[in-house]
Design a protein. Structure first.
Length: 271
């Protein structure tokens, strides 16, 4: 049993019991690349969880067997997203797997978050049927409408857009031409934001996490490309919400005058 086990959950339940229960409740049709024939019962296998989280079958099996190992924060956070864990379940996972509580999730900039009032939510909701969301300067999502949650059900579990794009394996399947159309321009945007805001701790931590957690991102970063935030660019997606059928969207990027650090994003499905 892991050090610290029993402090945050029923001692009779092992981490393996909890993980099996959490993956059994999932709908595999909502996770890209798992269902090919259209017929499949609920729940994920150990092999499927390992694949989606980007580790070997053996590595994930060690976790379900309650064996001590050097489970990284990046892996545990990918597991939180894959299993769609609540904050309480995330806490239990960390305590059972490492004996330590997880770090607090990144929080949006306080000044930017103040723009998320009733009128801003109404504006988001009025974009239906298009997904819409608002970001702070470090790409933390602090407001969204229902289509955004439908298209991207990871939002409540990983509120930072860049962390999802670069640290979660499923993003490479959902974002078509991931390296050239998404990773390169987004890394250029991170560099531009860091140059514009050299004292921002949130941007420093985001850059560190992305580059430490993704070797392809480190390789692209060495090109020293600088890109302003995109507006009107056309990109392609392959999402479970659309039955993994490829769709194209125009990415519209707006800035509220009352808070220039906030970005209001609308994804408009192309004809």
């Amino acid at each position: 049993m892991f050090e610290g086990a029993g402090s945050d959950a029923d001692p009779g339940e092992s981490l393996g019991d909890l993980l099996r229960s959490w993956r059994a409740r999932l709908d595999p049709h909502r996770i890209p690349g798992l269902v090919r024939d259209g017929r499949r019962s609920s729940g994920l296998s150990q092999k499927e969880v390992a694949r989606v989280t980007g580790v070997s079958d053996r590595w994930y099996r060690e976790l379900e067997l309650d064996r001590k190992a050097n489970f990284s924060v990046d892996f545990l956070e990918r597991l939180v997203l894959t299993l769609r864990l609540s904050d309480a379940e995330r806490h239990v996972l960390y305590m059972r797997a490492t004996g330590r509580a997880p770090l607090l999730r990144p929080q949006p900039d306080a000044l930017a978050a103040r723009t998320m009032d009733r009128s801003m939510q109404r504006l988001l909701d009025n974009q239906l049927p298009h997904p819409a969301f608002v970001l702070d300067e470090a790409w933390n999502i602090f407001g969204h409408n229902q289509p955004q949650a439908d298209w991207f059900p990871w939002v409540p579990y990983e509120p930072n857009l860049m962390r999802w794009v670069f640290l979660y394996p499923e993003a490479r399947e959902q974002l078509v031409s991931w390296r050239e159309d998404w990773a390169r321009p987004l890394l250029g945007q991170i560099r531009y934001a860091c140059l514009q805001n050299p004292g921002s701790e949130a941007l420093y931590l985001l850059r560190r996490d992305v580059l430490e957690g993704n070797p392809v991102a480190r390789e692209i970063w060495e090109r020293h490309e600088v890109v302003e935030h995109s507006d009107g660019h056309n990109r392609r997606l392959r999402l479970p919400y659309h039955g993994e059928q490829e769709i194209a969207v125009d990415i519209m990027n707006l800035e509220p005058m009352r808070s220039p650090s906030v970005r209001f994003i609308v994804l408009m499905k192309s004809d």
